[in-house]
Design a protein around this ligand. Structure first.
Ligand code: SF4
Length: 293
């Protein structure tokens, strides 16, 4: 198998077969992110992609779900996505789902009829690092799109029947702004149909713009308990049936909940952590983290 550079997949894709479709990120401007700073965006050459598919066919011919790595393979044009999706079908006859990371920007250049065709070819399960649905937070984070862009592009995915997952990052709005971010994001997410929402919490690394802003006093990070309260507010304001995962390493306390059914017990569980843990212990946990996620 050919993997170059950083290979990153979400925890919930642990059971998917992974293959490199692209490497690097087309954007590299999010102020909290240092994941792909040393890599330019590349598509894996078709011949290399095909060799990897042949290898998967040899060892895992009954693969049902495949995850294309790269920060945003969905940035590829419709034609390039189509070529690769059809190639997956040629090699892995049982494969039902081709999942990958996608940015809101990557959906913008695709028409609904193209998304429908891609869905029919097996592309489904897009992880979208929205991080927030609040305009001020999106701008602070340098995401390069607005809340209304999220609605407009995800409605296209809904129309095409493509399943998608959101990522929300607690602490991203800075000290004192978590409640606003949570309420506005919950309102926006509730207008859409994320199959689940994955929660990360901001960790600042020295080679990021947000870290520099902190050093210069232009960004004040939220405290750890403040972030847990933000998560409670997010859950309390979500008005959709969805599954929430807060179990990546950036979360001090791992949590999973089906909403709205388990909302009250999840909010209480977080309250117990707020009441019983020391802020310093939680801050120390974050200081020991080595990477985002
Ligand atoms: S968060 Fe995602 S889109 Fe933003 S720079 Fe990092 S990899 Fe690229």
């Amino acid at each position: 198998m050919h993997f170059t550079g950083r290979t990153w997949r979400p925890p919930y894709e642990a059971h998917s077969v992974i293959i490199q479709a692209t490497s690097g990120c087309t954007y590299k401007k999010c102020r909290f992110c240092n994941l792909y700073e040393d890599e330019d965006f590349h598509m894996s050459p078709l011949s290399v992609f095909e060799k990897d598919l042949a290898e998967i066919k040899q060892f895992q011919p009954y693969t049902r779900r495949i995850f294309w790595t790269g920060a945003n393979p969905f940035a590829m044009s419709y034609e390039n996505l189509k070529l690769r999706a059809l190639m997956v079908r040629d090699y892995l006859i049982k494969c039902q789902t081709i999942a990958m990371f996608a940015s809101i920007r990557d959906i913008q250049d695709k028409e609904v009829w193209q998304l429908q065709k891609l869905r029919a070819m097996g592309i489904n399960g897009l992880t979208i690092g929205t991080e927030s649905g609040d305009n001020d937070t999106l701008e602070l984070a340098g995401k390069g799109y607005t809340a209304s862009d999220i609605v407009e592009q995800c409605q296209k995915l809904d129309a095409a029947g493509i399943e998608y997952y959101f990522v929300y990052m607690t602490g991203l709005a800075g000290r004192g702004n978590g409640p606003r971010n949570a309420v506005n994001s919950a309102k926006l997410f509730s207008r859409l149909n994320p199959y689940f929402i994955s929660i990360d919490s901001l960790t600042l690394f020295p080679d990021t713009e947000l870290y520099r802003m902190k050093q210069e006093g232009r960004f004040i990070p939220a405290g750890e308990k403040e972030r847990l309260k933000e998560l409670q507010i997010l859950m309390e304001n979500l008005q959709i049936r969805t599954h929430l995962f807060a179990n990546s390493s950036s979360n001090f306390h791992p949590l999973e909940a089906y909403l709205p059914k388990e909302r009250d017990s999840a909010v209480q569980e977080i309250q117990y952590v707020i009441d019983t843990e020391q802020e310093e212990t939680m801050a120390q946990y974050r200081n020991n983290l080595k990477s985002l996620g």
